[in-house]
Write a protein that binds this ligand. Structure first.
Ligand SMILES: [Zn+2]
Length: 398
């Protein structure tokens, strides 16, 4: 099956080094981007973007899945499908801590290891509403041995997270965890800022991060409570790992963090997530809202803001999505500015902080959302399927 998306008016690459490009069409074959501006404008299916925009599917770097489409955090079902309609095509678990009845004060190595293995083998095993849900992230607690990491690796666990870990003056154990995780190809994330909704996490700022050296510092500007301004400045200035911003955070701290990253030419470190479901709720348009805040209030260009929410976040977590280039998975959002927006193009709309309207979402070259999103108004320029050149293909067949 080949798909051509033509008449693209704006093309967001997801690559921070070159966030937009004058691309007019893309060819998709076998679920991947096969060509950019192919000379032959032929395919099994042709989508006319009508001058609208194409961007990579959004990558939510911080979600808390638990049991498929049900989240006990807000007792909501269908949440992943709703995020899909907000443009999210991949999401990465920051730990499955919302098991009903779990006792945060008495977590054992056995329990957190088992929980990650079970989630990887259930919620993380299949796609939900077509979305790539990377689930099964182990929550570090004291007393773990290398055997636990062996079991996690054998189960395919790719991420570990320090959240309930009681950081003490003796740093040997925590450093061992980071080394054991890295030796098995896992990435390490750490909760930062004040105490989490569980009430069981410890405060984490620059001091801990400076010796722990994780791969990603989670919600640096708050999730919900940010570290101090001085700590944010020190983390930007004196570390080099990825720095995540989440919907659960503090807007003022976010703007401080981003201004400092821009001033130090460190935007490549910035990643995005919603940190939901959780106390902040279930936010289907959460990733888009983060992008809009970056572009309208934090001096990122629209292309940079999209790249943070896609290529930057995917790269930091080690997943091969988020950038639209030949050979990459065809995870694509077709969208545009909404009638009444201050911007006639998507770039102008995002720069003004106006929500985009989505018509189509593809994951691995498959149309998962067609005609329009159920979570956004329709864009003014609405993409449509062409019947010509397709051997009688009809739009309603999708
Ligand atoms: Zn979280």
């Amino acid at each position: 099956m080949t798909i051509l998306i033509k008449n693209i008016g704006e093309f967001f690459t997801g690559d921070l080094a070159r966030p937009t490009a004058p691309v007019k069409s893309i060819l998709i074959a076998d679920g991947k981007i096969a060509a950019i501006d192919p000379p032959e404008q032929k395919a099994d299916k042709i989508l006319d973007a009508a001058g609208g925009a194409v961007m990579p599917g959004l990558v939510d770097g911080h979600v808390h899945p638990m049991l498929g489409e049900w989240t006990p955090a807000q007792d909501t079902i269908g949440w992943i499908g709703n995020y899909l309609h907000g443009g999210t095509t991949s999401m990465i678990s920051a730990g499955e801590l919302h098991v009903p009845g779990i006792d945060y004060d008495n977590l054992t190595p056995e329990l957190v290891t088992s929980l990650a293995i079970v989630t990887a083998a259930t919620t993380g095993r299949v796609r939900w509403s077509g979305v790539k849900v990377y689930a099964g992230t182990a929550l570090m607690v004291a007393g773990m041995t290398e055997t636990h990491f062996d079991r996690l690796a054998a189960a395919g666990v790719k991420w570990v997270k320090f959240l309930f870990y009681p950081f003490k003056d003796d740093t040997t154990e925590a450093r061992n965890y980071v080394a054991w995780a890295h030796a098995r190809g896992m990435r390490v994330k750490v909760h930062t800022g004040g105490v989490s909704r569980s009430g069981a996490s410890v405060v984490c700022g620059y001091k801990i991060l400076s010796w722990l050296q994780p791969d990603i510092a989670a919600h640096v500007s708050g999730g919900p409570i940010p570290m101090s301004d001085e700590d944010i400045d020190s983390v930007v200035d004196h570390t080099s790992f990825a720095l995540e911003v989440c919907s659960s955070g503090n807007y003022r701290s976010t703007s401080r963090l981003v201004a400092r990253l821009i001033a130090r030419d460190q935007l490549h470190r910035l990643t995005l997530g919603t940190d939901t479901p959780g106390g902040t709720g279930v936010i289907p348009r959460g990733m888009l809202r983060n992008v809009l805040y970056f572009a309208s209030m934090c001096n990122l260009t629209a292309g940079q803001a999209v790249a943070v929410a896609t290529g930057n976040t995917a790269r930091a977590h080690g997943v091969d999505v988020g950038i639209l280039e030949v050979g990459r998975p065809a995870d694509v959002v077709v969208c545009g500015s909404i009638t009444g927006s201050a911007g006639s193009t998507l770039g102008e709309a995002i720069a003004h902080g106006d929500l985009p309207g989505i018509t189509h979402v593809l994951i691995d070259g498959e149309f998962i959302v067609s005609e329009r999103s159920r979570q956004t108004p329709p864009p003014t320029k609405r993409a449509f399927f062409c019947c010509c050149d397709t051997g009688g293909f009809e739009a309603s067949a999708v």
